[in-house]
Write a protein that binds this ligand. Sequence first.
Ligand code: 5AD
Ligand code: SF4
Length: 443
Amino acid sequence: MEMKEIQKTQGVYISTYGCQMNVNDSERMYSLLEMLNYQPVSSPDQASLIIINSCSVREKPVHKVHSEVGRYRELKKANPELRIGVGGCVAQQEKDRLLKDVPLLDFVFGTDSIDKLPEIVAKVKSEGQPVVSARFEHQQPYHIETLIKNPGVSTFVNITKGCDNFCTFCVVPFTRGRERSRPLKHLLEDVRRLVDRGVKEVTLLGQNVNSYTSDCGTNFAGLLKALAEQTPIQRIRYTTSHPKDFNQELVEVMQACRDKLCEYIHLPVQSGNTQVLERMNRGYSREEYIEKAQMIFNTIPGVVLSTDIIVGFPGETDEQFAETLSLLDEVPYESLFAFKYSPRPFTKAARFEGQLPEEVKSERLNRLFERHRELAFPMAKKYEGQNLAVLVEEYDSETGRVSGRSTQNKLVHFTGSQELIGQTVWVKIKEAFPQTLRGVLVQ
Ligand code: 5AD
Ligand code: SF4
């Protein structure tokens, strides 16, 4: 009888907020829960286990958890066996407070407790008591294997976790803990295994990938070189890098291994004004950033840059914001991710004077996006007539179109067939749109 209970397959639904790191963590949760015979389901009403993988980087997080759990009240009434848990940054931040605030919850687990999920769920079910597991495992080495059920053509591989930079606006050092790197040896093995499963492209993930340091002393440039030379992976991307740790050695390795390392760098600047950057604790000035960008363009001709910008940081004046706008003229960013400053718990900037009204932030955000649109469209137009190497990821049988990314991280659509999935092909670009490119297969 008991065995039957254990073997019965059940449904798990994970609702994921926030960054790629969280998306990757959710994949890991699904794989771990398979050990308890849980299968992913596509809607909460089919699930006997619901997990909210929360984010607190820019949102009003506890509020969001509240309203989502509220939507499951009826489901829980109909099925008293349903268990609901919260993981991710909000869980790490709020810990047992979350159980008090949201009584419908059965468990809360922090960012360092993901690998304990099977244990936690088993405990919740057997004891019928709420469980909280949200301690940082600072002393533990960072040893995980990429767990992903259907890795597909392109997948993500965590290389570091946590962050020690303490930018004054950012909650990540508090929700993800101190920085840890996975050993080089493990990463090489991990990537080789993924290649064996059909993966053609990996994106190395970390809050600040270029401060990666293996236990054997290898730095990020060394990791890229080793992955390019010692594994059969076809393409390597990474995100996110910090300008202060971006150096000549790294750029030279990218150029030398260009056949595998994609020609795309996400290099968050956050502001174009040196005083604001100082108050953000970013560790570089406007001029130093521009110099680094130039070094990148000079060493890797044709490389594409994108960035993150925060507008309305406490005390940001109109003149200081104007310097962020004018940075767009100095550094050609093909994509821009911009956000209104949002005060986050525990962070220094939340207590700074000069917090700006919402209207000022919104107005600056609109102006920034507008300026970027004016500049970015001509940048996209330059691809018309060019041949780009595209790794095909998807086929849509209804339209007969396939899509994939160029090494510059451009989304390209063209007419093709299912068999092209996983292949890198040359595509001649016929028309550029603001976000995507349309082309034809070069035979
Ligand atoms: N407010 C607004 N944007 C933020 N980001 C991080 N913290 C905040 C905040 N408190 C943005 C930064 C970072 C991106 C992931 O999110 O631009 O690079
Ligand atoms: Fe946050 Fe700064 Fe660390 Fe990025 S580098 S995660 S913005 S503290």
